[in-house]
Design a protein around this ligand. Structure first.
Ligand code: SF4
Ligand code: SF4
Length: 356
């Protein structure tokens, strides 16, 4: 009997067995690349080998039928190799230019838009939501679908001043932040504690250690060990909810969505930047989140009209200034937009507790 392969529990797998053979052959030996049209990249290697990459948007949370459909397109119109990007796009690689247009047609005909390269609005990097995670306050994937339906033309065309990266996050503390425009869950009320359950479900010291502003204390409630929250200190971040589900913070009315702008991870042309809050308190309005779409489209419209060629969102805002950003977009500026971290040494949790 063949020996069972032991699972490797850590580290990224070796990608080479899954790569297109032309990419393996020319690994690290590419001379230049260009962008012949939206959704297509061209790479040329030192050896003279060429490869065209065709990028298409997907809905990320895919059923078996859709994945088989994408695989069939790879076999029939490409060369049998694909890769997924972190933004849920699928990329097909072909070594013959004649295959590019039939591949694009097959993708569009099957409902997968080709685009998302260069100065387009790329697919939204979005978080796992209800399918994989136990703490979401909204359905990030649903918000992405609704928003990308509205931004379809910006995905398939390259008409933005520079690349626009969007992200969503279905809780306030974990994945999905930091983008040109980020849509992030925003709780506005402290957690409601179900004291009957805390002692059975929660490891109280880890919950206490979780709070970034040290607002949680152990307490005896109705004779049972529980927790209490200093609501004046609580910043409604929701970090206590994952280790202690009885500290319910998701609320149909008070859990809102906020929009942050100007985040950039790359060093291209200008330094990386953190994004900043520009709209808050938007209703968590499934299934189409129209209020969120309206704000995102308003920001994108002003950026498209006002930014200079190749200015990323953060560069544009730096040039016109934050007052200019609020004036041009017409978004209201309130005291909640300002956080200068004054007094943070006193208010932030500086304990030596281990955090999980
Ligand atoms: S953003 Fe938060 S809720 Fe959404 S998948 Fe990530 S950890 Fe889970
Ligand atoms: S962890 Fe966050 S939500 Fe929970 S009590 Fe502390 S500040 Fe409030």
């Amino acid at each position: 009997m063949a020996e069972m392969r032991q699972p490797i529990e850590s580290g990224a797998p070796d990608p080479k067995p899954y790569m297109h053979p032309t990419m393996v052959k020319n690994y690290g030996k590419w001379v230049y690349h260009s962008h012949p049209k939206p959704g297509v990249l061209y790479h040329r290697a030192e050896s003279g080998d060429e490869i065209w990459t065709v990028k298409a948007g997907t809905q990320r949370q895919m059923d078996g039928y859709t994945i088989r459909k994408l695989a069939d397109i790879a076999d029939q119109y490409a060369e049998g190799f694909v890769r997924f990007t972190t933004r849920s796009n699928i990329e097909y690689m072909v070594t013959d230019e004649k295959k590019v247009e039939p591949l694009i047609k097959a993708l569009f005909d099957s409902g997968f838009p080709v685009g998302g390269t260069a100065n387009s609005v790329s697919m939204i990097a979005h978080t796992q939501g209800f399918l994989h995670c136990d703490i979401p306050g909204t359905d990030a994937s649903g918000a992405v679908k609704a928003l990308m339906d509205d931004l379809y033309e910006e995905f398939i065309k390259c008409e933005m001043p520079n690349r626009v990266k969007l992200s969503t996050s279905c809780c306030e503390i974990n994945c999905g932040g930091q983008a040109d425009i980020a849509i992030i869950m925003q709780h506005t009320k402290p957690p409601k504690i179900n004291h009957d359950l805390v002692a059975n479900v929660c490891e109280r010291p880890s919950v206490v250690a979780r709070c970034p502003v040290a607002a949680i204390r152990p307490a005896l409630v109705n004779g049972k060990p529980s927790l209490e929250v200093d609501e004046k200190k609580c910043i409604c971040c929701g970090a206590c909810y994952p280790p202690c589900p009885p500290m319910q913070i998701n609320d149909p009315e008070h859990s809102k969505l906020a929009i942050w702008v100007g985040g950039k991870n790359s060093n291209a042309r200008s330094r990386p930047t953190f994004h900043k809050l520009v709209a808050s308190g938007l209703p968590n309005n499934a299934p189409r989140w129209p209020e969120v779409s309206e704000v995102v489209k308003k920001i994108l419209g002003v950026y498209k009209a006002d930014a200079r060629p190749w200015e990323r969102m953060a560069d544009w805002i730096e040039r016109i200034g934050w007052p200019g950003f609020f004036e041009k977009t017409g978004l209201p500026f309130t005291k909640y937009h300002i956080d200068d971290w004054k007094g943070h040494r006193r208010t932030l949790n500086a304990s030596a507790h281990i955090r999980f």
